[in-house]
Design a protein around this ligand. Structure first.
Ligand code: NCD
Length: 307
């Protein structure tokens, strides 16, 4: 089974991933791998192809494959034959011929992933395709929220705000789809120039921070993704003044029990101040932990190795 995106997903599409990932995190939030899964991917090699920079996503997939007893074959575009002009499809087909059981792929071109998903015989997992989707990030965000809010099943009645650069964010697109499927009500907020055209996302749109934060259970903060926009579209000083979350915003505008999340990389001092990023309201490092568990669940489901 491929995992390319969650556009149009239902509750039933999402819950099995979250429920399986629960087996990989203990009650204190630490990673565990039950004995029965430790060899689930034995003799399986998974191609990890990152044609765009990555820290958390790449590392967590590598760790997830390792924790399930498989072999993560890393291929970076700078040191592969892509650099010599080989197509992504040829690269993947050659690796498939060497016996890969599946691929995890990140690419800046959003159309490459669906093409590879159609052309390859083995499962393809999207680790971020341009401004398209980032389905495993959305799963780990929903999983982190479900545990933090002590929900057993869905997120019915929960309000989540996604704030910052929404227009260029694959995380926002997948987060909206997954959180909506779980029954949450989803808001987006940011400068007008960083919001998507009306109606593109199934979320209520705000251009005022205070109004957007009112009554939320969590805010997912996103960085400005300059690599996907023309230079100087956005004035950083003006963005900070209007949108940064600092201690004062937490005290005066964020509801008392609301959590702060961020997929990383955090631009400290831009969208979040350091004290807020490191505060006890922040779930940022728990998101990183949970990313490993979610990717274990995704690999098992896509490769049909669930026990
Ligand atoms: C995100 C990504 O690459 O889309 N990061 C991640 O995967 N943790 C978000 C970003 O780059 O801002």
């Amino acid at each position: 089974m491929n995992l390319l995106g969650f556009d149009g997903a239902t509750l039933q599409d999402i819950l099995p991933f979250l429920d399986l990932a629960d087996e990989f995190v203990d009650a204190t939030g630490k990673l565990i791998t039950p004995r029965k899964y430790r060899d689930a991917l034995a003799h399986h090699s998974i191609g990890l192809l990152f044609f765009e920079p990555s820290t958390r996503t790449r590392a967590s997939f590598e760790l997830a494959v390792d924790r399930l007893g498989g072999y993560p074959l890393q291929l970076a575009s700078e040191s592969s034959s892509i650099k010599k002009g080989e197509t992504e499809l040829d690269t993947c087909q050659n690796l498939q011929a060497m016996g890969m059981s599946g691929f995890v792929i990140r690419h800046s071109d959003r159309d490459i992933l669906p093409m590879l998903g159609k052309s390859l015989r083995v499962p393809v997992i999207n680790a971020g395709n341009g401004a398209g989707e980032h389905p495993t990030q959305a799963l780990l965000d929903a999983f982190t929220l479900r545990r933090a809010l002590r929900r057993e099943r869905d997120l019915e009645g929960v309000t989540v705000l996604i704030m910052g650069d929404i227009a260029h964010s694959r995380v926002a697109r997948s987060d909206v789809a997954v959180l909506r499927a779980l029954g949450a009500s989803v808001r987006i907020a940011g400068p007008e120039s960083l919001l998507p055209p009306d109606g593109l996302l199934d979320a209520t749109s705000f251009t005022d921070r205070k109004a957007a934060l009112e009554g939320v259970d969590a805010v997912i903060v996103l960085r400005i993704q300059r690599e996907r926009m023309p230079a100087d579209v956005i004035d950083e000083e003006a963005f900070i003044a209007r949108w940064a979350i600092d201690e004062e915003v937490v005290r005066d505008e964020l509801p008392e029990n609301a959590f702060i999340m961020h997929p990383g990389p955090v631009m400290r001092g831009v969208e979040l101040t350091s004290d807020v990023a490191d505060s006890d309201r922040s779930l940022i490092l728990q998101q990183a932990t949970n990313g490993v568990a979610i990717r274990q669940a995704v690999l098992l489901k896509c490769l049909k190795k669930e026990i």
